[in-house]
Design a binder for this molecule. Structure first.
Ligand code: CP
Ligand code: NVA
Length: 307
C-alpha cells in the first residue's frame, strides 16, 4: 500500500500544487454557483473528528463532501472513545479502515501527526494549536480571486502569534510573499513552532501601525484561542493596543483587504467599523473555505483532475 497524501500543515503542498488547487477551487465554485451537480466522490466517506468547537470547519467539510457526492460522519471527543482514552494510533487504524478521508481538529500538532502516521487514508488538519492550513488556503484564494497573485505582496498580522499566524508565515515561504507581524511583548512568533525555514519572508514590528503601513492585507484573530481560555484576563490587558481599527486600515491604504478567520470579537481584536466596513472580505473568506476544501478533498483522493 502506498502512503496516503496528508495535509497537516501549509508546507505539505508546493506552490505548483497550490496553483492547481486555486484553479480547481475556481471551477468548483462556478459549478456550485450555477447549481451544476458534480459528484466525483460518490460513495466516499469523510470522518470528521472535533476535539474543539467549530461552525465553519464543520459545515464546510460536511456540506463539501456531500456536494461532491460523498458523505460525512461527525465525531467529537465527548461522543467517541477518544474522550475515554483510546489511543489516537488505535483510532487511526480503525477509522481509516472504514472511511476514505479523515479531518481532525485537535490540540497539539503531535496528535494529528500520530494519527496520520497510523492512517491508511489522507488526513486533513482542521486546526491544531499550531496550524490552520485550510483557513489560509481559503484566505489566499480570496485575495487571488479579488486582486490577483499574492506573490510579492505584504500581509500585516496584528495580534497573537497563534495557529493562524503561524500558517500565514508558512504560506509566505511557500508562495513567496511577506508578512509583517506585530504582537505584544511576550507573544512573539516562535519560528520553530511555526515550522519556518528562515526569516526571509517575515518581519516583526513592535508598533502595529507600522506593521500595517502600506499592507495589501491586514488580518488578525481572537486574542485568546481555543484551549488557552485560562489566559483570557491577562490577554485582554496585554493585547489592548493590538486592535485593528479605522486608523490602521487608513495606514494600510484604501486598496487593503481586511481578513479574519472568524469567529470575531468586535471591540477586541477588531472594531465593528472595520469588520463590517467596505474593506472587509470576511464573508466571502468564510464561504471560500467550502470551495478550497472541496478542491483539496478531490485532490487528496483523486489527484489532478482534468474536466
Ligand atoms: N475559522 C474557523 O475555522 O471557524 P470555526 O472555528 O467556526 O470552524
Ligand atoms: N486561533 C483561533 C482560530 C479559530 C478558528 C483558535 O484556535 O481558537
Amino acid at each position: 500500500m502506498t502512503a496516503p497524501k496528508h495535509y497537516l500543515q501549509f508546507k505539505d503542498l508546493s506552490r505548483d500544487q497550490y496553483d492547481y488547487l486555486f484553479q480547481r477551487a475556481t471551477w468548483i465554485k462556478e459549478q456550485f454557483k450555477s447549481y451544476q451537480q458534480y459528484w466525483p466522490l460518490t460513495d466516499r466517506t469523510l470522518v470528521m473528528i472535533f476535539e474543539k468547537a467549530s461552525t465553519r470547519t464543520r459545515v464546510s467539510f460536511e456540506a463539501g463532501i456531500q456536494q461532491l457526492g460523498g458523505c460525512a460522519i461527525h465525531l467529537s471527543t465527548r461522543d467517541s472513545q477518544l474522550g475515554r482514552g483510546e489511543p489516537v494510533e488505535d483510532a487511526a487504524q480503525v477509522l481509516s479502515r472504514m472511511s476514505d478521508l479523515v479531518m481532525i481538529r485537535t490540540f497539539e500538532q503531535e496528535i494529528i501527526e500520530r494519527f496520520a502516521a497510523n492512517s491508511r487514508v489522507p488526513v486533513i488538519n482542521g486546526l491544531t494549536n499550531e496550524y490552520h492550513p485550510c483557513q489560509i488556503m481559503a484566505d489566499i484564494f480570496t485575495y487571488i480571486e479579488q486582486k490577483g497573485s499574492i506573490q510579492g505582496k505584504t500581509v500585516a498580522w496584528i495580534g497573537d502569534s497563534n495557529n493562524v499566524c503561524n500558517t500565514w508565515l508558512q504560506a509566505a515561504e511557500v508562495l513567496d510573499f511577506n508578512v509583517h507581524v506585530s504582537t505584544p511583548p511576550g507573544y512573539e512568533v516562535e519560528p520553530e513552532r511555526a515550522g519556518l525555514y528562515g526569516t526571509d519572508h517575515y518581519e516583526q514590528f513592535s508598533d502595529p501601525m507600522e506593521a500595517a503601513q502600506g499592507a495589501d492585507i491586514v488580518t488578525t484573530d481572537v486574542w485568546t484561542s481555543m484551549g488557552f481560555e485560562a489566559e483570557n484576563e491577562e490577554r485582554l490587558k496585554a493585547f489592548a493596543d493590538w486592535q485593528v481599527d479605522g486608523e490602521m486600515m487608513r495606514a494600510a491604504g484604501p486598496e487593503a483587504m481586511f481578513l479574519h478567520c472568524l469567529p470575531a470579537h468586535r471591540g477586541e481584536e477588531v472594531t465593528a467599523e472595520v469588520i463590517d466596513g467596505p474593506q472587509s472580505h470576511v464573508w466571502v473568506e468564510a464561504e471560500n473555505r467550502l470551495h478550497v476544501q472541496k478542491a483539496l478533498m478531490e485532490y487528496l483522493l483523486l489527484g489532478r483532475v482534468n474536466v
